[in-house]
Design a protein around this ligand. Structure first.
Ligand code: PEP
Length: 250
């Protein structure tokens, strides 16, 4: 039985004051969350504050990106060891905004998944097709290519300690959500791809849905057999909405 995970992706949002209020709001509502793991992925500069507020709260935290290098002359980058030093459990890897705006290739994303995993972080490995790719009918080809970039280079074991987030790019921040059936079909396909290499990893790996998940659609999405939670952008910035989605996880 997979325990659902709901993870917030704050992206490049927040201030010291708003982060304080958001974290206090989330903590205050944690008593009402059932059997769902909860995490927030903060901008790097707010990770120390997030750690200080969330320690002992049952909410985990993480980063939004990491370097493929361990340390050294890589201005502006954040190393896995630094995230670990500040108590991070998770790190988002290969978000479509990084693939698009920072030209992250499948190969680079695979290296980041491996770097995170080797260091002891849980990568939240993001995959998903653009609107154009969906309209061309190549969604499965796209997610297969993104996953096989990891499996071919590092083996299916690299996914053994990972979380996959299926995030159709056309649904991110657009208010358009994949229907529960559309999402379930792709999630089942992703699990079948992993199962070809390792039925055991396929059975336990969490596959989150991301893309305009909100309090009013979360329960239906997460009721699908292969949807194990959500990666939440916009709705994770409001404690009441985020908590409502966490509650929908069960
Ligand atoms: C995301 O960026 O990971 C995301 C799912 O965003 P939103 O919920 O705002 O669509």
């Amino acid at each position: 039985m997979r325990k659902p995970l709901v993870a917030g992706n704050w992206k490049m949002n927040g201030s010291v004051g708003s982060v304080e209020a958001l974290l206090e709001g989330i903590k205050a509502g944690m008593g009402e969350i059932g059997n769902t793991s909860v995490a927030v992925c903060a901008p790097a500069i707010f990770i120390p504050q997030t750690q200080a507020r969330l320690q002992g709260s049952g909410v985990a935290w993480g980063g939004q990106d990491l370097s493929i290098h361990a340390a050294g002359a890589y201005t502006g980058e954040i190393a896995a060891a630094m995230l670990l030093d500040f108590g991070c459990k998770y790190v988002i890897v290969g978000h479509s905004e990084r693939r698009t705006y920072h030209a992250e290739s499948d190969a680079l994303v695979a290296d980041k998944v491996e770097m995170a995993r080797k260091a002891g972080l849980t990568p939240i490995f993001c995959i998903g097709e653009t609107l154009e790719e969906r309209e061309q009918g190549i969604t499965e080809q796209v997610v297969a290519r993104q996953i096989s970039a990891v499996i071919t280079k590092y083996g299916v074991e690299a996914l053994g300690d990972s979380v996959i987030a299926y995030e159709p790019v056309w649904a991110i921040g657009t208010g358009k959500t994949a229907t529960p059936e559309q999402a379930q079909d792709v999630h089942a396909f992703i699990r079948s791809l992993v199962a070809k290499e390792s039925p055991e990893i396929a059975d336990r790996i969490l596959i989150l849905y991301g893309g305009s998940m909100k309090p009013d659609n979360a329960a239906e999405l997460m009721s699908k057999p292969d949807i194990d939670g959500g990666l939440i952008g916009g709705a994770s910035l409001k404690a009441s909405d985020f908590l409502a989605i966490c509650k929908a996880g069960g």
